[in-house]
Design a protein around this ligand. Structure first.
Ligand SMILES: [Fe+2]
Length: 285
């Protein structure tokens, strides 16, 4: 058995697991990945050489993947893989979803059963790197005054597909545009403002940026003001980490305990990733 080394990365979240070859993943190695993910919230598995089926196999160890609503960019081998890319073909047509999630959000919080974790497999990355920025919502919750914790524990938020801070579909920092058929599949859903992690039991602020538009039992302005206040606390620099990754790296993160934001890439630079999102076992409320 190969000895795996879990190395904590600088910043508020993240670790790198060295000595792992995903072509030969066994139960023991997966246990190491899962434990590291629960502790550090982001796990980078550097230098992999796998195809779409092996990537899917890794994701399925965490649970059931869910194809993204934006089905134009599903991988031709398996629809569970979404291609994120700013490349275009010779006619100028996009080859992947560009500018996806360039604001703080957590994946699938607009669905009743949201995402447990997301996996990226980096295909090409701009020179100098272009990492995802994460914000540790477990730490942000723990640091709140007790009176604030009492105020917000038990509150339920109203969520919908979109970025409440930017609803301009032409903007690069709005939620990715849906077509009319995709929009009809989206509905309002409910999630606790403070979630207990299904595996570790630890509490986190949940999706206070992105899809949260209101708080049940509060007026629109009051609920939004509360969410804005908590977002400002939860996205401070001290809770952030932007681990760098390179082509061949697999990146996994915990969606219950993190917000994340993708970088905005210059058109002259190319960034292509495969993404799989694995759902939780059931609704949060
Ligand atoms: Fe995302």
């Amino acid at each position: 058995m190969v000895k795996l080394a879990v190395r904590k990365l600088p910043g508020a979240a993240g670790c790198e697991i060295e000595g792992l070859d995903l072509r030969w993943l066994d139960d023991s190695a997966f246990d190491t990945i899962e434990m590291a993910l629960h502790e550090h919230l982001v796990a980078i598995l550097p230098g992999q050489s796998i195809g779409p089926k092996s990537f899917l196999g890794l994701a399925q160890r965490f649970g059931t993947p869910e194809p993204h609503i934006i089905d134009q960019f599903h991988h031709k081998v398996d629809p569970n893989i979404l291609i994120l890319s700013n490349r275009v073909d010779e006619k100028g047509e996009p080859l992947g979803l560009a500018d996806g999630g360039t604001y703080f959000h957590t994946d699938y919080s607009y669905l009743p059963t949201p995402a447990r974790c997301t996996l990226l497999y980096a295909q090409e990355i701009p020179k100098g790197g272009a990492g995802t920025t994460f914000a540790n919502q477990r730490q942000a919750y723990e640091d709140l005054p007790d009176a604030t914790k009492e105020q917000i524990d038990g509150l339920v938020c109203r969520h919908h597909y979109g970025n409440r801070d930017n609803l301009d579909e032409a903007s690069r920092t709005a939620a990715s545009k849906l077509n009319d058929a995709q929009k009809t599949k989206m509905d309002w859903v409910r999630h606790p403002l403070v979630r207990r992690h299904p595996h570790t039991g630890k509490k986190s602020l949940y999706a206070v940026s992105g899809s949260s538009f209101g708080v049940e039992g509060m007026g629109d302005n009051e609920g939004r003001a509360l969410l804005d206040d908590i977002k400002a606390h939860a996205t401070q620099e001290k809770y952030r980490a932007t681990p760098s990754y390179k082509p061949g790296d697999v990146i996994i993160w915990d969606n219950c305990s993190l917000l994340h934001a993708a970088p905005l890439i210059e058109a002259s630079q190319h960034r292509t990733l495969w993404r799989i999102t694995v759902k939780e076992q059931g609704p949060t409320v």
